[in-house]
Design a protein around this ligand. Structure first.
Ligand code: RB5
Length: 147
């Protein structure tokens, strides 16, 4: 399983820690993020992660900026991407089970590394339930196709 990771300048340290963590869980990481702390623009990296997931180059995406919000908005602009931006594990878990999210984002200026690991665990270790949720996920795609 491959995970596309991306980040802006605010999240280099957290990206490195989370990359090492998901690799230790057996995932392969494709790093689309910056490795520099020089100021840069989060939409660039959110789009890269979104496109990698939408194209199938990666199975999932994890993107980090200061809040997780900007990079999540950017990734979510790519057709087929469903983003979960969260600061606690419960929402991460339910976003997989009910919303079939394929990109997770969080904020390096919002949560610490141990919380980020708990969020990642809940997100990666829980599967989409399908069933009654599929109708709603299909409706999300219909909204997207209406532009
Ligand atoms: C960068 O200063 C900051 O705006 C960015 O990392 C992010 O928080 C945007 O949503």
């Amino acid at each position: 399983m491959k995970i596309a990771m991306g980040n802006d300048h605010s999240a280099v340290e957290l990206k490195n820690a989370i990359q090492a963590y998901v690799e230790s869980k057996g995932y392969e990481v494709i790093n689309f993020g910056t490795d520099s702390t020089e100021s840069c623009d989060y939409p660039v990296y959110g789009e890269k992660v979104g496109r990698a997931v939408a194209s199938g180059e990666a199975d999932y995406g994890i993107a980090i900026c200061g809040t997780g919000i900007g990079i999540g908005i950017a990734a979510g602009k790519v057709k087929g991407v469903r983003v979960c931006t969260c600061s606690e594990p419960y929402s991460a878990r339910l976003s997989r089970m009910h919303n079939n999210t394929n990109v997770l984002t969080f904020g390096a200026r919002v949560i610490g590394v141990e919380m980020a690991k708990m969020i990642v665990d809940e997100w990666l270790d829980n599967a989409y339930e399908g069933g009654r949720h599929q109708r709603r996920v299909d409706q999300l795609a219909e909204i997207e196709s209406r532009g």
